[in-house]
Design a protein around this ligand. Sequence first.
Ligand code: PXP
Length: 244
Amino acid sequence: MNQYVRLGVNIDHVATLRNARGGTDPNLLQMALAVEEAGADGITIHLREDRRHVRDDDVWLLRDHLRTPMNLEMAATDEMVRIALKATPKACCIVPEHRREVTTEGGLDLVNQVSQIGAQVAKLSDAGIEVSLFIDPNTEQIQAAHEIGAPVIELHTGEYANAATPEQRDSKLKRLKEGAMFAHRLGLIVNAGHGLTKFNVAPIVSIGGMYELNIGHSLVARALMVGLPEAVREFRWIMDRACR
Ligand code: PXP
């Protein structure tokens, strides 16, 4: 039997819709509170260098009004670390960021950035922020996360989600399971996310010791059909069934 797996909802694309017309509709805070009310365990936002969805003022507003933990995704830049140290969210997830990407592509290369990212992690951790590192399920990267001293990793599920055949999907799932097991042996907390949908989430929930999943695009897209609270409840229902 698996334990309860937390659902973190990434609301970036609510902000994308708002920004399409430059006004305040849909209201990001109102939507975040509705997501919480519907059963999400946390709210995730990614403050990108280009502010293409969530903006600085959103960070402060959400920080002041959310009832569940706020997880701030960010690149390991001095600007973002400065903002995080001022905002002190419950958690920060450091992700790679490239200007032209549509969404986060691949995990961090920690192996080649141990001292740079290690320094950022130390500053954030000293401020009481729980830092997680977004990485592919690769033992060298997981080992580097451990050496850097981050308490949490988030495993990138994009390759699993985008697998072209059932065989590929099984092999990507196996890598995620092995990665999670290796990380647990090192004492790391393991989260996962990217590309998860109602149809592919259950096997990820069933990975032993999984702590939290962060789900954004497919949940917000589903909300167009059934409403945001119902979309959250649907994901929660599927996750709870997979937990058993
Ligand atoms: N986790 C991380 C670290 C991400 O960067 C993203 C995308 O912003 C997600 C989870 C959510 O991915 P998706 O929007 O595909 O559900």
